[in-house]
Each structure stands twice: as C-alpha cells, then as structure tokens.
Design a protein around this ligand. Structure first.
Ligand code: X2X
Length: 346
C-alpha cells in the first residue's frame, strides 16, 4: 500500500518535472537567439563598457539562456541616434543603453538633463536620477513603450574647440559648434552667440577633422577615447553646463516575452552594470582624482577652469533658454528637479 502511494507520488513528480521541462523548453524556444542592444559608442567608452557589462552579467546569470549583443554607432538606425527610441518602441531594436539627449525628441521631459546649469555636480545628477524626477521619467518612458531598467552615465559635457580658449560667452561669438539632437542645444548655443549646427556623432568627427565645425561639447571620456585632440580640439573649457545620464531600456514588446524571473534578472543586471558604468564615467575627472584632466593637458590641450563669477556669466546668458524650456518640459517637473538638487546629499 505504502509502496503504491509512493509510486503514484513519484509518478506525479516525474510528470510535473516533464511538464516543467516542456514549459521551459517552450519558453526558451520563444526567446530570440540574440537580443540587439543599441548604443552610440562602443567600449572602451564608459557608455560601451556599461552596455557590455549588462550583456555579460545577463549571460552569466541566465547560464547563457539570454544572449545579447551590443551594436554601437547607432548602426541599427543607420547612425541616426535620435531614432533609437522610436525604433525600440516599434520593436526594431530590442534593447538599448541610450542617452537622455538622443531620446528627448520623443520624450520631451528628458530634456531636463539638458537644462543649462541645473546640475552643479555629480551629487546633483544622482539626486535627479535616484529621486522623484527619475521615477517620473521612468513612468513616462514606460508609457511610451520602452521599459526602463536603470541608469548609467555619459557625463558632464564640456566645451572644446580648435580656435581659442573660452572664458566668457563673448569668446564663443561666431564659433561653429556641433551639437546633439535636441533643439534645446540650438537655443543654448544661439543664446551664447555661437553658430550651432546639429549632427550625429558619426558625422561630427569628420566635420571636426575638416574644420567644417570649430568645436563640440561632450564628456571628457569621449574626448580622450575618441582622441579629439587629433581633430584640432586643443581648447577645453570645464563648464559642466549639462550632464548626460544613460538609461538601460527594453522594448515593451520584447519585455513582455520574458518570464517574470528573467525580467528581474535583466533589471538587476542593468542596475549592477549601471553602478559600474557610473564609476568608470566619473573616473579621473573629480577633485580627488583628476588624472584624466592631467592626461588631456599632457596632449598639448589647454584646459580652462572657470571661476564662479566667470561661470555665472554663462548661467546669466542662458537663463532665457532655461525659462523657455522649463515651460516645454513641464514647470512642475522642473520645480521638483530644482528642489532635488537643492536638497541633495553632498
Ligand atoms: O552624440 C554625442 O555627442 C554623444 C555621443 O554624446 C551622444 O550620443 C549624446
């Protein structure tokens, strides 16, 4: 009698196990052989490193079941980085580690990070991404068809050019400056008296090399890895006027095909990769560790550091742009951002 019960139970367990195998087999069959992850720049830029770390952690933690691959250069959208978000929501791109600037044409609230002189330091970036602003932005992004999982960082965007040291807005007068794909940048550089022109990162490098444009703005990690000193960029001004966080995102259509366990796995891996990416992005450009600045100066590049009063002149010159865009972005969100920055942990 006992034996029969045991056998029946064992049979049931075996059937359940078979069923589970069949089910996970079915799930695995639903999974793609490869998930394409879009970025603008590859490793060893901190951005590419963050994306590669995500891929690696997901591969390890899923025992190879989930296979992702980074496609840099915005190649999945033929280099047009401002189309990345649309392509993801349509499911043409599965995943991305994307810049808030490049997604801002579709998600106007993401322009908050491009508001001139809103964020004075790294703690201010964290106060936005880790506070109520970050939460609201993630809700908005999710409603638009992309599931955001975590933050990484491109970084504070510093000004570089081939002509002269820039210390005052007047020094920018008439300089042709390549800017990224949000109209807010056109407004900012126009207000400063420069002559801004919008183009993709792929087009920016030849434009700098030929002298079609005089300058550009990007984090110093982009400067060093892309060797911008070799395309005439001999003058750097540290003004930290905007900072560019990155977001790990998955197309909602693709997200819904993952089991809840794998969704957790993807999210946790993105957050861990983001922590790593932010650490790399901030390396060498802080008061404690300014090794990247030294490295750049060693290349024969002048680094101009602004005094508070000098910086204030740029703040004043762009104040009208700030006020105009506060209305576009949403005055409530901007107010929350200002409060988060004012109350940040330093
Ligand atoms: O195009 C740029 O300047 C870059 C690489 O920083 C971004 O994609 C926002």
């Amino acid at each position: 009698m006992m034996m029969r019960v045991f056998k029946a139970a064992a049979g049931a367990v075996a059937t359940a196990a078979l069923l589970a195998t069949a089910l996970s087999g079915a799930q695995a069959a639903d999974y793609k052989e490869e998930y394409k992850v879009s970025t603008v720049v590859p490793a060893p830029f901190p951005w590419g490193l963050a994306a590669e770390k995500w891929v690696e952690l997901v591969r390890e933690r899923s025992d190879g079941r989930i296979n992702m691959k980074v496609y840099p250069g915005a190649q999945l959208v033929s280099g047009d980085q401002t189309k990345e978000f649309s392509a993801m929501r349509q499911g043409i791109i599965d995943m991305a580690v994307g810049s808030t600037i490049n997604w801002s044409p579709q998600v106007k609230e993401l322009n908050i990070f491009s508001m001139p002189f809103l964020m004075p330091d790294h703690a201010a970036i964290d106060a936005l991404t880790q506070g109520p602003v970050g939460k609201e932005l993630f809700d908005i992004i999710e409603k638009r068809g992309v599931v955001p999982l975590g933050w990484a960082e491109n970084g504070f965007r510093e000004l570089t050019n081939s002509k002269r040291d820039i210390k005052t807005p007047a020094d920018l007068n008439g300089l042709k400056i390549r800017v990224v794909g949000s109209p807010l940048y056109l407004d900012t550089f126009t207000a400063l008296g420069a002559n801004p022109t919008q183009m993709s990162w792929a087009d920016a490098q030849p434009a700098l090399a030929t002298g079609a444009v005089d300058g550009q703005e990007n984090p110093l990690s982009i400067f060093t890895v892309a060797k911008l000193q070799n395309v005439g960029q001999k003058h750097v001004t540290l003004w930290g006027y905007v900072a560019d966080p990155l977001i790990f995102g998955v197309s909602k259509r693709v997200w819904d095909t993952f089991t809840p366990e794998d969704q957790d796995l993807l999210r946790k891996a993105a957050q861990d990769a983001g922590t790593y990416g932010i650490e790399v992005a901030r390396k060498g450009i802080t008061e404690k560790d300014d090794s990247t600045l030294k490295e750049i100066e060693g290349l024969g590049v002048t680094i101009t550091r602004l005094s508070d009063a000098e910086r204030q002149a740029f703040v004043d010159a762009t104040r009208g742009v700030y006020e105009k865009w506060a209305k576009e972005i949403g005055p409530d969100l901007v107010k929350t951002a200002e409060e988060s920055v004012a109350n940040r942990k330093k």
